[in-house]
Design a binder for this molecule. Structure first.
Ligand SMILES: [Zn+2]
Length: 398
């Protein structure tokens, strides 16, 4: 149900994306070669010594204009509507002007959500100095002052490419620790990578998934730490893996991720409302893969990592006891005694959310773990470590 305007908008971007770009890891320096490739495309707009480019993975759908004084105006548009307001932006501003560049992002009906990140060629990305960002009183636009530089990436979250997202798991496939068995393909035929750990005689499988929603970054950070602990070399992790299979899905919505979507897949659907209707190839394929896993042995828990405005765990009453999800919740709550986290026990069957579908389909503890957009990374890592450690301890008791 892709609307024609969206098709036209993305056609040019898809053509650009056919050419591979160099890797772009979140904390590594972004190479001059990456910038060269990103700015090789026809600019989205140009004038007064400035050019705006969106020829790279995770660039935003946008329109732009440049005033006579060099002020850049970019209108950020969602992939379709209605949509959750998560205005994603990703652009490269190139400048030959000797002065700083003023950029205003216009969000239409939506409000500013993500504090901008920036990077120059050969340097790692970092948050743009807060002093350089002015958010309009109505929050429908944000204006930022970019220091003088020939080219500069401006992006809503720390830059990461799809290859970077999969790299940590690909390394474990190379090392023989994981097996990759893709569930199928996205709308645009990108592979839906699934990584399995399969011991000889598992008690059952824990399913861990993230990035149904493209801009979310802090949830995937928790996912990365959580899976690192389970796949680690500690005695507890090795004992856990002798008796438990793992099914890991790092990039559930590859098209949306690559194309800088706010929320949906390329079919214009929120995938985390499609578990049950299964109208999209991503949910159909991943649902079938989880069902096939359940035919090999019981699904013991399903954990789906997301991001929102604050830390909240959606954990409906668990159908069976003892439950691994409950052990994790207890660990998180204990670790955060007195801290700001919400546990939401509501169960809404039939709403198309993965955790609801999994709970009702397999009778297992299933939860959605949302990490706040601005939650400190150290806290997120600590909680993810505590949760994974509790999961392994609870599994050992069963
Ligand atoms: Zn989400």
């Amino acid at each position: 149900m892709l609307i024609p305007v969206a098709v036209a908008r993305w056609a040019s971007l898809l053509a650009v994306l056919a050419a591979p770009l160099p890797a772009l890891a979140a904390d590594a320096a972004i190479s001059p070669a990456w910038f060269k490739a990103a700015t090789a495309s026809t600019p989205l707009c140009a004038g007064n010594g400035r050019r705006v480019h969106i020829g790279f993975e995770r660039a935003a759908a946008a329109a732009c204009s440049i005033d006579a004084d060099g002020h850049v105006h970019v209108t950020i548009a969602p992939e379709n509507k209605p949509i959750n307001p998560s205005p994603w932006y990703g652009l490269v501003v190139a400048s030959d002007a000797p002065a700083p560049t003023i950029v205003t992002l216009h969000y239409g009906d939506s409000r500013h959500r993500y504090a901008p990140w920036t990077a120059e060629p050969g340097a790692p990305a970092h948050r743009l100095d807060q002093q350089a960002v002015t958010i309009a009183a109505d929050q429908h636009s944000a204006t930022m002052c970019l220091p003088t530089a020939r080219t500069r990436l401006l992006i809503a979250q720390p830059p990461e490419r799809s290859d970077d997202v999969l790299a940590r798991f690909e390394a474990k496939v190379q090392a023989g620790q994981l097996i990759r068995a893709d569930a199928g393909h996205s709308v645009a035929r990108r592979p839906l990578a699934v990584y399995h750990h399969r011991p000889a005689e598992p008690r059952g499988t824990i399913v861990i998934i993230t990035r149904q929603h493209p801009p979310e970054t802090t949830g995937p950070q928790a996912f990365a730490r959580f899976t690192d602990v389970l796949l680690g070399t500690s005695r507890a992790a090795r004992a856990f893996r002798r008796r438990h299979a793992l099914m890991i899905v790092p990039l559930a919505n590859p098209d949306g991720f690559v194309m800088g979507h706010w929320r949906h897949n390329l079919g214009g659907v929120d995938l985390n409302r499609d578990w049950g209707p299964f109208t999209q190839p991503e949910t159909r394929a991943l649902g079938a893969a989880i069902t096939a896993e359940a035919a090999r042995g019981p699904i013991l828990a399903v954990i789906d990592f997301h991001s929102t405005f604050r830390d909240v765990v959606y954990a409906p009453p668990q159908p069976n006891e003892p439950d691994l999800g409950e052990a994790m919740l207890a660990a998180i709550t204990r670790d955060l005694a007195g801290a700001d986290i919400r546990i939401d026990r509501a169960h809404n069957p039939g709403n198309g959310v993965l955790k609801s579908w999994a709970r009702d389909q397999f009778g297992v503890g299933a939860l959605t773990w949302e990490v706040g957009d601005d939650s400190p990374p150290a806290r997120t890592n600590r909680l993810a470590t505590a949760a994974a450690t509790a999961l392994m301890a609870a599994a050992a008791r069963q």
